[in-house]
Design a protein around this ligand. Structure first.
Ligand SMILES: Cc1cc2nc3c(=O)[nH]c(=O)nc-3n(C[C@H](O)[C@H](O)[C@H](O)COP(=O)(O)OP(=O)(O)OC[C@H]3O[C@@H](n4cnc5c(N)ncnc54)[C@H](O)[C@@H]3O)c2cc1C
Length: 391
């Protein structure tokens, strides 16, 4: 019998496992496959170091700025070199195994190649998780269950807390890790907003490698074919100029969905159960940044679980504190603001965003506002929003 059983050893599950194990609880961390590279841009803001100071000693590619392009190629640049700590671009296969090791070193028990597929019920209550392994189905009994297995989560669907994902509530993206010359500043990440709802990116990695990808969101998921827009992204004359070297090698490619409509806050907790990370929507609308928010959700859920276990009170009423946790409330609010902005930006096939970039280029105050909105989650002023409406 475990105190806590966690399905999924990604950023959300690993952070919960680490905190719970450090506090002395018996933790089972179930993972489908530690050799799987989660399709991801691998851009991680420096806020991650607060949660994983261990990452500082790794030799990740450092990033000190961003270049953003509207669909008519107006450019906004911002550098934070010397002002704030560098962010990092990582290969998810390497990164996820680093944070899994942090959880293991803290005392969590990792069960690799264990695919969770259902709950174990006793007297109508969920008392554990069933997982398939090479040796057959195994029951993991736990006092508290954490669902951290991302967008493909079967358990979240079966939890009774939320419905299956609707295609209009997500991003779909395809990306690759490639090797070759880039004609751009490799100390910056580059984002290329498109006429469809979505964007493309180039995130430089170490040793002449880079992560490149693009995706759509919301109703444009059904209007556009992901493989076609991915191929078109490479054919764009502007991208061709950036990739003007020779002998590019593709080391890996993959596609995957991510949440695009904010946190499903009604589904965060139930009796002895919490849903964390992507499985409950912890991925930022507009930017698609999900590693940091998922880690924050993992930490919040773990702290609430510790309190619940110590007080022997694991009911939904007690786990409600997860939703009320200050950082979670902040993320819910922030994502709601961004969801409303997605519609606004992508009105008229990207024209709104083009107008915003033009205004930002014409005026330093607007430029700062736009940068603050994209990078530091600050809403645009009423004045700028009004100006956009009339432009
Ligand atoms: C194409 C793409 C690009 C992205 N780029 C970025 C980016 O640059 N920066 C950023 O911050 N975020 C990015 N994101 C979002 C980010 O990847 C996610 O928000 C983040 O990984 C969520 O973490 P998680 O732990 O909730 O889920 P995941 O990272 O999905 O981890 C879930 C874990 O559960 C395991 N699992 C799944 N099913 C089972 C099962 N049945 N049993 C056991 N284990 C299971 C998986 O193998 C995985 O290890 C991107 C997402 C996509 C799809």
């Amino acid at each position: 019998m475990f105190d806590v059983v966690i399905s999924g050893a990604g950023p959300a599950g690993c952070k919960s496992a680490e905190i719970l194990a450090k506090a002395g609880f018996k933790v089972a961390l179930l993972e489908k496959n530690t050799n799987w590279r989660k399709p991801c841009g691998g851009g991680v803001s420096s806020r991650i170091f607060k949660y994983y100071p261990q990452l500082r000693k790794h030799d990740y590619h450092k990033i000190n700025g961003v270049s953003m392009y509207s669909s008519d190629y107006d450019n906004l640049e911002y550098s934070w070199g010397g002002i704030r700590e560098s962010s990092i671009n990582v290969d998810r296969l390497e990164f996820d195994n680093v944070i899994r090791n942090v959880a293991i070193d803290s005392g969590a028990e990792l069960f690799d190649k264990h695919v969770s597929y259902d709950f174990i019920y006793k007297d109508g209550k969920k008392v554990g998780i069933k997982a398939k392994s090479k040796s057959g189905s195994i029951d993991f009994l736990g006092k508290i269950l954490l669902i951290a297995d991302g967008m493909s989560s079967k358990l979240a669907n079966k939890s009774g807390l939320r419905k299956k994902w609707n295609i209009n509530d997500m991003y779909q993206a395809k990306c690759a890790i490639m090797e070759g010359e880039l004609s751009l500043d490799t100390s910056k990440i580059s984002l290329f907003f498109q006429k469809y709802k979505g964007y493309g990116w180039i995130f430089p990695l170490k040793d002449n490698h880079f992560n490149i990808g693009c995706g759509t969101c919301n109703e444009d998921n059904s209007k556009y074919n992901l493989n076609e827009i991915y191929n078109d992204f490479f054919k764009d004359p502007f991208i061709k100029k950036i990739l003007s070297g020779s002998n590019y090698k593709t080391h890996w490619s993959g596609s995957y969905p991510m949440p695009g409509s904010g946190i499903i806050d009604r589904a965060l907790y139930g009796d002895n159960l919490m849903i964390i990370g992507d499985a409950c929507g912890f991925c930022s609308p507009i930017s698609g940044e999900g590693i940091h928010p998922s880690v924050v959700s993992g930490q919040a859920a773990a702290e609430v679980a510790i309190n619940a276990l110590e007080n022997d009170e694991i009911s939904a009423q007690s786990l409600k504190k997860y939703k009320q946790y200050p950082n979670i409330k902040k993320i819910i609010r922030n994502f709601k603001m961004k969801v409303s902005m997605v519609e606004f930006f992508f009105e008229n096939k990207g024209k709104q965003l083009n107008a915003l970039f033009k205004l930002a280029k014409s005026d330093d105050v607007y430029r700062e506002e736009v940068i603050n909105m994209f990078l530091f989650n600050k809403p645009l002023s009423k004045e700028l929003l009004q100006l956009l409406k009339t432009t």
